[in-house]
Design a protein. Structure first.
Length: 139
């Protein structure tokens, strides 16, 4: 099995969509409260949103990299379930790094548990969606 660029592009779009739905939809209110956005004026919120533009590009590049690596792993280990690979990556690398980042990253204690759960939940969801998309397209 080889890397399929269309699978990578589709998985990237799917992961980006999951992240947008997760942070800008499902958990937007709580996420905004964690960072104090709810206390800002509408003008300041708009200004901050406008400053995020270039960072969405960086996030898109990182998401593309994730999809490319996942596609590569799928092609290198065709007999291993892509879902097993994803779960192992998530549990062994993403969860510990995320937990450490939240604990030592200046998050207020009252938000730590929720922030960890939101972040690791989104990571698992977007990786599972990517595995599904890559599995459908890359054969």
């Amino acid at each position: 099995m080889e890397i399929n660029i269309w699978a990578v592009i589709a998985a990237t779009a799917a992961m980006f969509a999951v992240g947008a739905a997760w942070y800008m939809g499902l958990f937007s209110k709580m996420w905004g409260e964690m960072f104090g956005f709810d206390k800002l004026s509408k003008e300041k919120q708009k200004e901050m949103q406008n400053q995020m533009g270039p960072w969405y590009g960086v996030q898109l590049a990182m998401t593309l990299l994730s999809a490319l690596v996942l596609s590569s792993l799928a092609s290198q280990m065709p007999t291993v379930s892509l879902y097993k690979i994803v779960f192992s990556i998530w549990l062994g690398f993403i969860v510990p790094v995320t937990v450490s980042g939240v604990i030592f990253g200046g998050t207020e204690t009252k938000w730590m548990k929720r922030k960890i759960l939101i972040q690791i939940g989104e990571s698992l969801a977007h990786l599972l969606v990517a595995a599904w998309v890559i599995g459908l397209i890359q054969k």
